[in-house]
Design a protein around this ligand. Structure first.
Ligand code: MN
Length: 741
């Protein structure tokens, strides 16, 4: 170590040992001489540059970049360029070394990466430096994915060594990791790193629970291993007969996921049956992967009975982050449920290392697999291009669009489009092409007309009809969730406003000429008087008739070249007397139900989440604070309640009576051909069906309408008649009862 003269002898030893460990793990002897020499140069430069710094733990700072380089190589699987960049990742930010010096020695590529890893300076005037920096990292991500992978390695090491930090800093770093890095790791398919992040976050946030679960896992290890053996034993013969090498592991699940189960299922550790998953990994040629994985599935399920609903085939359709695997849950010995994951070695590497492994297999990967990351990178690029300068907004767009799971939908020609979960039909239109979005006039899903705000479901086939006269309006902003669509609609609205504003400006200029005053001299007086924020706002205000130019004479007098507001006494506005609002009564008479076979023994109320109607299939659920609630069995809450709190569920049956009425909520969609719709609907309900409307809300979107009607009905028969009747009306395309509000 020629340069590191500033280090004490004991530190030198530590550093040398760390460096040797790095070299050994990356098998430096097998690298080409240039890479080898550059790694050494990067190491020397970093050792020298960081010589005056120490980490919070007291150890020499240089140990951090060395370890980050090792994580890049071993845990993410990156090559020499990343190793060199990782060694240098903090020198520009923390030391005297400049980017130019890095460029002279290591060239453009590594400089680009190091620059991406260097925090922005001069971050004053910025609300969230964290968000700004993250945006910068992503910008570089588009140019070189390694930036974000090294950033991950950096974060992993910082999280692992968090113990030396004061508690409040630990919490802050953990929260950041939770907000951005863990979801990003998930998105990049860095499964191991994501899991470790979650565990380390929990270790900071809930240290006691973390320790508790760790101990319990250790205590039960032997018992678990015995069980796993018992599970595997009967499979081995058949697996060997396939003729390809395989491994079976039975790893416990992460502390975090166990804790999650304890919380959501509200059961103690001792009652969690699936503390581990069995993984069967086969070393097979790529073209046989799928066939052999299903063969293994067949072998496993011959011995252990499968639970069909738990079968997940991510081999035929990989997850959006590239994950491929075949999962199933079977009933193992002693009736215990066991999750089994079946995959090839290649799939396993992708599952553990995600993005990085993807590059390695890029050349040979199948279409779907290879497209996954390219599509993702495209959407990152898109968000970057469309995002305004506001970093916080960018970050939230990024989170909603790129961390969420996706829906898969199809174009009329059968091309698959991937959109974030929750995306609407209008988002789809914008995803095809901006112009198609702008002029989108009608949308059909699976050949049925839907409102623009329709939430896409997996497998939907979407057809867009455009009309060149169609233009985006304010309401559209509420009907999209993707960053791209939102940005495009906003810019169209802005453009529209600007165009309209031009008319406003022209009329103002005319007015000024009439009054024989100078435009430039007076326009700001008007902006201020009418309380606008800017001139364009005033112009738009004039164009949209918020400001009446005729009133200028009433509000101003002309003094020479200038308008001067006329002083008036402030008017005192009398407070209006509050109007008494009558709330509609919920039920005309009290509905009667038999609860657990007896009448009038229990007090109960109808659940407001699903509004049961006399005749519906219902059950009673004993709440902790609100007494007995009656839910529909189709209520989305029902599955959860019944599965988890079976002991609180009570049988409930209607005692049919005629003088009771119930609220039923209907969603009606259809073609809006003018003002006739509301009239037709209300006439049909009131006159033809003889029902009372409690509330009626209708919204038109360019030729389509979506209405929400609350009806008072006596029972499900009446309700079904009403639904059928409304469905037959001209222009109505769907009538559905709301499952839950
Ligand atoms: Mn660092």
């Amino acid at each position: 170590m020629p340069t590191a003269v500033h280090y004490k002898e004991e530190d030198k030893k530590l550093i040398r040992r760390a460096y040797r460990k790095l070299l050994k793990s990356i098998q430096v002897e097998d690298m080409n001489p240039t890479d080898r020499a550059n790694i050494r140069k990067a190491y020397d430069l970093a050792v020298e540059a960081h010589s005056k710094q120490r980490r919070k733990s007291g150890e020499p700072y240089i140990l951090h970049p060395i370890e980050v380089a090792r994580i890049c190589a071993i845990e993410i699987g990156l090559g020499p360029t990343a190793i060199i960049s990782a060694l240098l990742h903090d020198v520009v930010e923390d030391t005297e070394v400049t980017l130019e010096e890095v460029r002279e020695t290591f060239g453009d590529r590594i400089t680009l990466i190091v620059d991406g890893l260097t925090k922005l300076d001069g971050l004053y005037n910025v609300e969230s430096p964290q968000a700004e920096n993250f945006k910068k990292v992503l910008r570089t991500l588009v140019e070189d994915v390694r930036v974000v992978l090294i950033k991950m390695a950096d974060r992993v090491h910082n999280m692992r060594t968090l113990g030396a930090m004061p508690r409040h800093k630990q919490l802050k770093i953990a929260a950041e990791t939770d907000y951005i890095y863990a979801p990003l790791a998930h998105r990049l398919g860095l499964y191991n790193i994501k899991t470790e992040f979650q565990d380390l976050i929990m270790k900071v946030k809930e240290p006691d629970t973390y320790r508790d679960i760790t101990n319990k896992l250790q205590d039960t290890e032997q018992k678990r291993n015995r069980y796993i053996n018992e599970f595997i034993q009967p499979l081995t013969k058949a697996l060997q007969d396939i003729g390809y090498p395989y491994r079976i592991t039975g790893r416990p699940k992460s502390i975090y996921s166990i804790w999650n189960k304890i919380k959501t299922k509200k059961v103690p550790f001792e009652e969690i049956y699936d503390l581990f998953a069995i993984r069967i990994i086969l070393d097979v040629p790529m073209k046989l992967e799928k066939r052999i994985c299903w063969m293994v599935y067949s072998i496993v399920t011959d011995v252990h009975r499968p639970i069909p609903e738990r079968l997940k085939d991510w081999i035929t359709t990989p997850k959006s982050n590239g994950y491929e695997s075949l999962h199933t849950t079977v009933v193992g010995p002693k009736g215990q449920f066991v999750e089994v994951q079946i995959r090839s070695e290649r799939m396993d590497e992708i599952a553990e290392r995600g993005f990085a492994a993807h590059w390695k297999y890029k050349g040979i990967s199948t279409g779907a697999q290879a497209d996954v990351y390219d599509n993702w990178l495209d959407s990152v690029r898109e968000i970057l291009e469309n995002s305004d300068s506001d970093a916080m907004e960018f970050l939230s767009d990024f989170k909603t669009n790129l961390f969420k799971e996706e829906v898969y939908v199809y174009t009329p020609k059968g091309d698959m489009k991937i959109l974030p979960k929750g995306a609407t039909a209008l988002d789809f239109a914008f995803s095809i092409h901006t112009d198609i979005g702008y002029h989108c006039a009608a949308i059909k899903v699976n050949n049925k007309l839907v409102p623009m705000g329709y939430k896409l479901q997996n497998g939907d086939q979407v057809t867009i009809t455009t009309n060149k006269n169609q233009r985006p309006n304010e309401a559209w902003l509420k009907m999209v969730v993707t960053g791209k669509a939102r940005a495009k609609i906003r810019s169209a609205l802005r453009e529209n406003r600007r165009k309209q504003g031009e008319f406003g400006r022209e009329s103002l200029e005319r007015k000024c000429r009439n009054l024989k005053i100078d435009f430039e001299e007076n326009v700001d007086t008007l902006v201020k008087f009418y309380q606008f924020n800017s001139r364009p706002d005033l112009y738009f205000g004039i164009a949209s008739e918020q400001v009446n130019l005729q009133e200028i004479k009433e509000n101003f007098q002309v003094e020479g070249n200038k308008l001067v507001p006329i002083e008036r006494e402030k008017q005192v506005v009398e407070p209006e007397t509050p109007v008494e609002v009558k709330r509609p009564r919920k039920y005309e008479g009290k509905p009667r139900l038999m609860i657990n076979g007896s009448l009038d023994e229990y007090e109960y109320t109808l659940a407001s989440c699903c509004n049961p109607v006399q005749g519906d299939d219902v059950f009673g659920y004993l709440t902790t604070h609100a007494g007995l609630k009656i839910h529909r069995t189709t209520c989305p809450n029902a599955t959860h309640l019944m599965a988890n709190y079976g002991y609180r569920v009570m049988k409930a049956e209607w005692v049919i009576s005629t003088n009771t009425s119930f609220v039923a909520e209907l969603i009606i969609t259809g073609v809006d051909d003018g003002p006739g719709v509301i009239e037709r609907l209300s006439r049909s309900i009131a006159s033809d069906l003889g029902l009372n409307i409690r509330s009626f809300f209708i919204e038109g979107h360019e030729g389509y309408f979506e209405g929400k009607i609350n009806l008072l009905v006596a029972n499900t028969n009446q309700l079904n008649v009403a639904i059928r009747g409304l469905q037959n009306l001209e222009g109505v395309s769907s009538v559905t009862r709301l499952e839950t509000n």
